[in-house]
Design a protein around this ligand. Structure first.
Ligand SMILES: Cc1cc2nc3c(=O)[nH]c(=O)nc-3n(C[C@H](O)[C@H](O)[C@H](O)COP(=O)(O)O)c2cc1C
Length: 207
């Protein structure tokens, strides 16, 4: 059909991983490259991908993730961290990021102002910067899962965790980083349930 659609058919939220099957470093690199290449609004790249392979660390983490077996039975868990502090208007990182585009000085200044205005008029009335960063982190999450699937690797996205507890267990400096979402990666053990999706007519409207 199409390589991406094939990967999307292969992907499912894997609940049962084979704990003996590990992802090869080369494949893990490919998956993380897909994360790195993901787009972030205004090009801010305010994220970090914390890769957990250690059994000991994942054992410690599991109770903070609703005791989900995917945390320990998968091969790796990627913790996607958001960096809201970094992208606060006025943070020198924001100015540097726009300056790095190589535009004339007045265009750079206009971008910085537009960013601040966008935050004040569109983002802050609806959400905080953590939530805004999380929206971007979920794009990387999707790319991680689709790329993994294209390599025959299974995944389970995970929102089922206690954020404060996960951050404490992993010793995250929450002034700089906050956990957005987790994804377990590895290989399925046994068959998976059939896919359930609404029909296209219910979801797609073309005008
Ligand atoms: C952001 C996000 C978080 C999720 N969190 C969990 C989770 O913590 N544990 C779990 O077993 N499944 C989790 N899921 C899986 C969904 O329940 C699953 O994707 C949905 O039922 C559709 O099934 P499918 O992905 O197999 O097509 C999550 C999915 C998403 C997109």
């Amino acid at each position: 059909m199409n390589a991406i659609i094939d990967a999307l058919h292969f992907r499912h939220a894997c609940k049962k991983f084979d704990p003996d099957k590990k992802i090869a470093p080369k494949d893990l690199d490919t998956i993380l490259e897909a994360a790195r290449l993901s787009p972030f609004s205004f090009g801010m790249e305010a994220w970090k991908f914390l890769v957990l392979h250690s059994d000991a660390v994942r054992e410690k983490l599991r109770p903070a993730c609703w005791d989900q077996a995917q945390v320990t039975d998968s091969s790796h868990v990627v913790v996607i961290l958001a960096r809201p502090d970094l992208v606060t208007p006025g943070n020198p990182y924001v100015d540097k990021s726009f300056a790095g585009r190589g535009l004339p000085e007045d265009a750079t200044r206009a971008y910085i102002e537009k960013y601040k205005w966008y935050m004040e008029t569109e983002v802050y009335p609806r959400m905080n910067l953590y939530a805004w960063c999380c929206k971007q982190c979920y794009i990387a999450l999707a790319n991680i899962m689709t790329t993994a699937a294209s390599l025959g690797i299974d995944s389970c996205p995970m929102e089922g965790f206690e954020k404060d507890r996960v951050e404490a267990v992993l010793g995250i400096d929450t002034k700089e980083f906050e956990v957005a979402v987790l994804v377990a990666l590895g290989y399925r053990a046994g068959d998976q349930p059939p896919r359930r999706r609404h029909p296209k007519e219910m979801l797609v409207e073309i005008r």
